[in-house]
Write a protein that binds this ligand. Structure first.
Ligand code: C5P
Length: 222
């Protein structure tokens, strides 16, 4: 049992991309380094929370002092998150693939019929982990925070996403290539709650994590 302002608080953080296999050697994925989620898990653990970090494939070391659960697909992430609760707080930073190939071929799909043909891939929707965590009902975390990576109309899209998924807060950021936010060490985010839109200055992902951990602590103590 750790000391600190979040001692006794159980928090789940999702991070990284998910990989959705097409065959044993190919997959669909989102771009995500996992840095923001890992930094957040560390910051929350530093404040004494009992943190479960559920991450898709990334090349980052597991942060000290957190329960680290690695997964590959969205459905594996969903099973680990839902099976490890209940949680007081959930923060979903993972870039979950919205769709997966309907069928995973057991063997590598071969090129047949000449070089100008390609297989058609049918996609099916993946579970939305953030929406599932946010749904009202017994066992819902007291605070559910989502992330929204957008390339245009950031505030409008993120605000709509907060309402649609029923999470309490959304941390929105612009991931257009010219911003350098995606994959970079810095981030410029907007914290959207039911009553506020707060622009944070550009800072390191580690500092975004510390500030968000501090905000979560303040909210829990109110
Ligand atoms: O809809 P979109 O992917 O932009 O939503 C982003 C937010 O929803 C992030 O917090 C992400 O972790 C979460 N999400 C999820 N499961 C999905 C898709 C997104 O938890 N299948």
């Amino acid at each position: 049992c750790q000391a600190g302002p979040l001692a006794g608080c159980r928090i789940v953080v999702t991070a990284g991309p998910t990989h959705e296999p097409l065959d044993p050697v190919r997959y669909l994925a989102n771009r995500s380094s996992g840095q923001q989620g890992f930094a957040l898990a560390s910051a929350l653990a530093d404040m004494g929370a009992s943190v479960t970090l559920v991450s898709g494939p990334v090349s980052l070391p597991a942060p000290a002092g957190v329960m680290y659960l690695a997964c590959e697909t969205a459905r594996e992430m969903q099973a680990l998150v839902m099976g490890s609760g209940p949680f007081d707080v959930a923060v979903c930073t993972a870039a979950v693939a919205d769709w997966r190939p309907e069928h995973e071929a057991g063997q590598k799909i071969k090129k047949t019929g000449g070089s100008d043909t390609a297989p058609a891939i049918k996609l099916v929707p993946n579970p939305d982990i953030l929406a599932e965590l946010s749904a009202p009902g017994a066992g819902r975390p007291r605070l559910v925070v989502g992330f929204a990576a957008e390339t245009e109309n950031v505030i409008a899209h993120a605000t709509a996403k907060r309402q649609r998924k029923q999470c309490d807060w959304i941390v929105a950021n612009d991931v257009s290539p010219q911003t350098g936010n995606m994959g970079g060490v810095n981030n410029e985010v907007v914290l959207i709650t039911a009553s506020n839109v707060e622009h944070w200055p550009r800072m390191s992902k580690a500092d975004v994590a510390k500030q968000l951990a501090a905000r979560i602590t303040d909210w829990l103590s109110e």
